[in-house]
Design a protein around this ligand. Structure first.
Ligand code: ZN
Ligand code: ZN
Ligand code: ZN
Length: 158
């Protein structure tokens, strides 16, 4: 497997972009992680790359297809593009912000292709972000039900 940093080097070179230390640091803050907010990326680079430079580098990475912007509700998060890890999607919890990645099934991919074909549309890429509540938050929002269950749960006393 090609090292992600080496892949970044190749991507920058192919666009006549220079290989700089701040670009490596911002890239490392994104590598191997699930989507992050701009704020989280700026914090991860704090002390090494200043805020304005992080914004500039992220915008360059977006233009070069290194980084993808995922729209989650009215906010967005950033993640390395499919070129740097396998194609996948996310379930995002609107309550605690937890991100659960999942791989796309061949069945789902096929279904998307089928829909596109029926509209004479050629897919060149897609994003599929799902918002809702994770198990922990879904349980919290239905306290009555949980309480009832606990009360009816016959536990032997000590
Ligand atoms: Zn992801
Ligand atoms: Zn949650
Ligand atoms: Zn997909």
């Amino acid at each position: 497997m090609v090292e992600p940093l080496e892949q970044l080097h190749t991507a920058l070179k192919s666009h006549n972009q220079s290989w700089t230390r701040p670009r490596q640091i911002v890239f490392s803050a994104l590598a191997g992680r699930e989507p992050q907010t701009m704020h989280e990326i700026v914090s991860a680079c704090a002390g090494q790359v200043d805020r304005a430079s992080v914004y500039r580098i992220i915008s360059l990475f977006e233009r070069l297809g290194i980084v993808e912007r995922l729209q989650i509700g009215w906010k967005y998060k950033l993640e390395l593009s499919d070129a740097f890890h396998s194609h996948h999607h996310h379930l995002t919890c609107l309550s605690c912000g937890r991100v659960i990645p999942f791989d796309e099934s061949a069945e789902l991919e096929g279904h998307l292709q089928h829909i596109a074909r029926s509209k004479n549309f050629v897919i060149q890429g897609h994003q599929l972000e799902i918002q809702g509540l994770c198990q922990a938050c879904a349980t919290k929002t239905a306290p009555a039900q949980v309480h009832k269950k606990t009360r009816n749960d016959m536990r032997p006393g000590r």
